[in-house]
Design a protein around this ligand. Structure first.
Ligand code: HEM
Length: 256
């Protein structure tokens, strides 16, 4: 979907914010939570736009940075994101022209880059509003392939996108106090590589986590094809991940 055009001054501010985010993410080692923030925001943004469309009889009412409202980040599924939001606020206070919606998506792109992942094309132009979606529309980690398809297909994403994006779990870990799950998916949770897929194919290993939604990628033949491809070909994973991440980060934008 096309994004609104921004002026050259805004583009310069985005470049500066990108540098600020690189420094911030390096000094706090917080790439995983920044990536999760961007991902959850994209999903909830899509839901808000869907709701707004219904309420306005089909008229598009714009994407937003609504996750920063307390109502939303206190949702169970967003637990732990407050810290990431506060860190982004440090950049926002230096670069006030940048919208929150652009800032959070830029943070996700930078998080992948600075941990060794692919370069993701970032197009600015998202607008902010403070309307939060209802809770309970994000993927449930205890479910299987039909649930993943139900959520991601609605957003125009494909089987390939679902598997490539699940590779985001190459970064970070689960926290018992946040989700009830515990542990990282890979041995090096601060490095963006294809080890999520390598570990998934190996089966359960002590100390590493596989959510039911991760395992579901193996049980389904269409998903399984991509898991095997990405486990043996990191370039293919990086290429597809960059494309799928861009799509995810541009959900909910109005056609020009
Ligand atoms: C963490 C579920 C997709 C990026 C988590 C956690 C759960 C989860 C339960 C643990 C949260 C915690 O305890 O702190 C899911 C489900 C998905 C999904 C059910 C559906 C496919 C994605 C996608 C991305 C992503 C598409 C990004 C492209 C992350 C990251 C973390 C994480 C980076 C680690 C955060 C940290 O270390 O604090 N996810 N996720 N996830 N997720 Fe996902």
């Amino acid at each position: 979907m096309a994004l609104p055009v921004v002026d050259t001054e805004y583009v310069k501010e985005v470049d500066k914010a990108r540098r600020d985010l690189r420094a911030l993410i390096a000094s706090r080692n917080c790439a995983p939570i920044m990536l999760r923030l961007a991902y959850l925001l994209s999903l909830s943004l899509f839901v808000s736009v869907e709701i707004a469309r219904n309420e306005n009889e089909g008229k598009w009412s714009g994407p937003n940075g609504s996750i920063r409202s307390e109502e939303e980040y206190s949702h169970g599924s967003n637990s732990g994101l407050k810290k990431a939001i506060d860190w982004c606020e440090e950049v926002k206070s230096k670069r006030p022209k940048i919208t929150y919606a652009d800032l959070y998506q830029l943070a996700g792109v930078v998080a992948v880059e600075v941990t060794g992942g692919p370069t993701i094309d970032f197009v600015p132009g998202r607008k902010d509003s403070i309307v939060s979606p209802k809770e309970g529309r994000l993927p449930d980690a205890k479910q299987g392939a039909p649930h993943l398809r139900d959520i991601f297909y609605r957003m125009g994403l494909s089987d390939k996108d679902i598997v490539a994006l699940s590779g985001g779990h190459t970064l970070g870990r689960a926290h018992p106090e946040r989700s009830g799950f515990d542990g990282p998916w890979t041995m090096e949770p601060l490095k963006f590589d294809n080890s999520y897929f390598v570990e998934l194919l190996k089966g359960e290993s002590e100390g590493l986590l596989q959510l039911p939604t991760d395992k579901a990628l193996l049980d389904d033949p269409k998903f399984g094809h991509y898991v095997e491809l990405y486990a043996k070909d990191e370039d293919a994973f990086f290429r597809d991940y960059a494309e799928s991440h861009k799509k995810l980060s541009e959900l909910g934008f109005a056609p020009r």
